[in-house]
Design a protein around this ligand. Structure first.
Ligand code: C5P
Length: 233
């Protein structure tokens, strides 16, 4: 069954706890990203864990292997269930993150290419056919080979990644939008139904839920869409 992570992209601890209350038992993970962690730090992770949440610590680490290893060890001590690193940091860096997290229950997942990125995100001359489905599967294969538990990519990248990696993958897919909803800064977006059908393991939903007048109801709608996508035709 595809699980759901809600991006707790809010300014502080109190907002995070209020959102947690509004969402109830709905999401399988609370995703703590750069905004919230920069403001509220480890305390917010401890607070969400104390409420029984699984925490997806989305810090997208990208530094030299030693630094990333030590940060991953800190995340593991903190009790993060999932931790992101950038695959573009290279195989030694991904391996260092996995090594650092060893001993805890933290699973490292590697971001391939951001869902806000496409071939036009770099100036002409620097642009690369990222969108040409070449780099994303290769980064996924490299990260898995370096010991990552899974990868992060757009749902629409998954068929190419699965073909290339030729084994079942734990695949995290952000950029999820209800049909017709604004994409915001995301580019490579998919609906809940599409992402489930393309084989996503974990859907990341942010603004479509947290920006809704009733986040609990928006999450319930996403869960219903997820469940319907699984139902036999
Ligand atoms: O609001 P929205 O649904 O676009 O939020 C997506 C969340 O997923 C954000 O917290 C963003 O940082 C995160 N994310 C992403 N693309 C990735 C990895 C994580 O959008 N490749």
């Amino acid at each position: 069954m595809t699980e759901i992570a809600i991006a707790f992209d809010v300014p502080g601890l109190d907002d995070a706890l209020a959102l947690d209350e509004q969402l109830g038992a709905g999401p399988e993970y609370a995703k703590v990203g750069l905004e919230l962690f920069t403001a509220a730090g480890p305390e917010v992770v401890r607070a969400l864990k104390a409420r029984g949440r699984r925490v997806f610590l989305d810090l997208k680490l990208h530094d030299i292997p030693n630094t990333v290893k030590r940060a991953a060890a800190s995340a593991a001590r903190l009790g993060a269930d999932l931790l992101t690193v950038h695959a573009l940091g290279g195989a030694p860096m991904v391996a260092a993150a996995v090594e650092g997290a060893r001993g805890g229950n933290t699973r490292v997942v590697a971001v391939t290419i951001l869902t806000s990125f496409d071939a036009f995100s770099l100036p002409p001359g620097m642009s690369h056919p990222f969108h040409g489905m070449i780099v994303i599967p290769q980064l996924a294969e490299m990260a898995i080979g370096a010991g990552a538990h899974g990868i992060v990519c757009a749902a629409r990248d998954l068929p190419f990644v699965q073909q290339f990696c030729r084994k079942p993958l734990f695949a995290v897919t952000p950029g999820i939008r209800p049909a017709g909803a604004p994409a915001h800064d995301q580019i490579r977006v998919s609906t809940v139904t599409e992402a489930v059908q393309l084989g996503s393991s974990l859907l990341v939903l942010g603004r479509p839920v947290t920006g809704a007048p009733d986040p609990g109801a928006a999450l319930a709608a996403a869960r219903a869409e997820r469940d319907a996508a699984f139902a036999p035709a």
